[in-house]
Design a protein around this ligand. Structure first.
Ligand SMILES: C[S@@+](CC[C@H](N)C(=O)[O-])C[C@H]1O[C@@H](n2cnc3c(N)ncnc32)[C@H](O)[C@@H]1O
Length: 232
């Protein structure tokens, strides 16, 4: 299949996401495989924000998919802290151009994300925070502009879940290197989880070394199986 050039990150010669089924893919790999709705519900009951970490913010497709997923769940009063990192931030215009492929399905969510992203000065390295307020509650978007390991090391709180969404390990080994995955393990709550689309053996070994028990879970589209890990 021909991949539209706007979907290719020229830094790594790899696409931002699967062209065909990117929203469903995020919802399967990152949300369903991590029991997100049940776990966010527990947070509402205990009034504790649910903390997400992501490697690779890219075009923000996972955030858009998350807004749709939570809206459909009917949950209210949710509070999510969404910590992500991006070394090569896209312009808001390019982000919009990339996400617009989904506008018939999630037009409102795309507008919300791009408006929020515009409020961030992506030319300045380090943490940036912006609030997404929707009828279901709040997502506090904390975006680190810079290198993933620095972001993880500077996180003050451990995460309930990590979405590992860097490029393929072959195209971008930097975002899968053992020291980074080890730091992610250290910034995951006990019983917290992680998931990723890749089942590469080096990634599996590094996640096991970082303290995760790995499970092979259903993928989406072309990916039959993906990884999910539980931190012990
Ligand atoms: C596959 S894309 C992420 C897609 C994104 N989650 C989305 O849904 O739109 C991976 C992203 O990670 C970024 N990246 C790659 N290596 C990185 C690193 N070492 N530190 C921070 N960001 C990195 C890339 O620039 C790219 O935007």
């Amino acid at each position: 299949m021909l991949i539209p050039s706007k979907l290719v990150n020229e830094q790594f010669d790899d696409r931002y996401f699967d062209v065909v089924d990117a929203l469903n893919e995020a919802q399967q790999i990152y949300f369903r495989n991590n029991n997100l709705i049940e776990r966010i519900t527990m947070g509402i009951e205990s009034r504790t924000p649910f903390i997400i970490g992501e490697t690779g913010f890219g075009a923000g497709r996972v955030v858009v998919a998350l807004m749709e997923f939570i809206k459909k769940s009917g949950l209210k009063n949710i509070s999510i802290e969404y910590n992500s990192v991006e070394l090569y931030p896209l312009s808001p215009e390019r982000m919009l151009d990339i996400l617009n492929g989904f506008k018939d399905r999630v037009g409102e969510e795309i507008d919300t994300l791009v408006e929020t992203y515009r409020s961030i000065d992506i030319t300045v390295a380090g943490w940036h925070s912006a609030k997404i307020q929707k009828s279901f509650g709040t997502i506090e978007l904390n975006l680190w502009i810079g290198e993933a390991l620095e972001m993880v090391e500077s996180l003050e709180k451990s995460c309930d879940v990590w979405f590992l969404d860097g490029h393929s390990p072959k195209k971008n080994p930097s975002i899968w290197r053992p020291e980074l995955l080890m730091a992610i393990g250290e910034k995951t709550k006990q019983g917290g989880t992680c998931s990723t689309f890749t089942v590469a053996s080096d990634v599996k070994s590094a996640l096991i070394e970082a303290g995760f028990i790995l499970n092979k879970y259903p993928g989406c589209g072309g990916k039959k199986h993906v990884l999910q890990g539980v931190k012990y």
